[in-house]
Design a protein around this ligand. Sequence first.
Ligand SMILES: Cc1cc2nc3c(=O)[nH]c(=O)nc-3n(C[C@H](O)[C@H](O)[C@H](O)COP(=O)(O)OP(=O)(O)OC[C@H]3O[C@@H](n4cnc5c(N)ncnc54)[C@H](O)[C@@H]3O)c2cc1C
Length: 403
Amino acid sequence: MASYDLIVIGAGPAGAAAAITAARGGASVAVFDKAKYGRDKVCGDGLTPRAVTALQELDIDLATTHTIDGLRMIAGKKVRELAWPQTSRFASHGAVWPRRELDKHLIDVAANAGAELVWEAEAVPVIENDVVTGVKVGDKTIAAKMVVIATGAQGKVARMLGAVRDEDEPFGLAIRSYAESPRHDDKHLEACLTLKDKNGTAVPGYGWMFPAGDGTVNIGVGALSTMKNFKKLNLNTLLDSYRALVQESWDIGPNLERPRAWRLPMSVKKRHGMGWVAIGDAAGLVNPMNGEGIDYGLESGMLAAQLFLDDPQTAHSRYDEQVGQRFDQFLRTGRRFSFLIGHPWILRSGLRVAVGTQSIANITLGVMGNLIDSETPGAAGKVLTVADKLLAVADPLLRKSRA
Ligand SMILES: Cc1cc2nc3c(=O)[nH]c(=O)nc-3n(C[C@H](O)[C@H](O)[C@H](O)COP(=O)(O)OP(=O)(O)OC[C@H]3O[C@@H](n4cnc5c(N)ncnc54)[C@H](O)[C@@H]3O)c2cc1C
């Protein structure tokens, strides 16, 4: 029976980050993905300075990506062009990197570091007395000291391990396509925060234009499950109405591919057990305030692998503890916030405040992007601390009164 130190199921950014870190650290690593090499992933392709920093930590060459200087936040007629917050912790710029290329680049780096890649191979964990001892691929069993679950938003593997979404917590859905635009090399991500459904009700979420610098823009919309009638929300219709809104200012051509939608998981009931850890989307690590998941995948992947290199025996429990210390409080606040903005009248008045002045909009960007430097937290850090406390007190009411 073949055996490895570490087996990674899933070759997205989370799995690749774990594989790169572990292979560079001298571990024997195998990565299985059920898709073909070069697969695409439905995404907005946007990288915040936080994600750029994570890629820099992995020593990834960003020279071919389209650099982004900040965010253009639009709420009704109000337009705020904001530079990324300058911190000592995060890079000074963001980027747009289409996922077909980003994911391929990352996994190639993992292969060059020594990880073995197996494509078109669905893997499931082998569980013996509650301990994951390896994976099963077809009729082959392959042993590993630890299995990293990087399988994305829910699925068979997550269900087998109980790493499922908490039904009481929110999640998101988003849809995207690509189109040509003369503004493809714009230096700002654009987010329209005042989306409305077909009945004119405010939708908690946003529409985006993310310029890729290659002649195209990524156009999409996303919404949170905390809104009333979420199940009836038609994302295709929402995207069409957003497209009509930006048609003139971006002079966009027809969709270059059929719009595709996917889930944004924002919670998980369990993210570790004996012999395994879950990272990235499989661990529910998506920022509820902006839908960002690439960074959280990269960070959790690097962390899991580093802890494994430090001590394979205790890596799973230390991972749970440390990933929790890094993200749980922020993500919990984000989920509470998403219940709040599920009420259209709170969303409308909140937005008026959030983009009311340039300095408040800057704080909004820092908080929503989790771009807070804990050493020098600044105004955004203080706002987040206060919001965290207030939302914690309001939590039972928020859940009871959910839209
Ligand atoms: C429309 C949309 C827009 C988004 N926009 C952004 C954005 O602009 N910026 C951002 O940061 N985030 C964005 N996100 C979120 C982001 O796409 C995810 O958070 C990110 O892809 C998570 O990476 P991952 O590696 O955890 O999982 P994935 O990228 O989903 O990779 C999982 C991999 O696991 C494989 N797999 C699954 N099960 C098995 C199995 N049993 N055996 C083998 N292989 C398996 C799959 O084939 C897949 O390749 C967006 C999401 C959506 C839906």
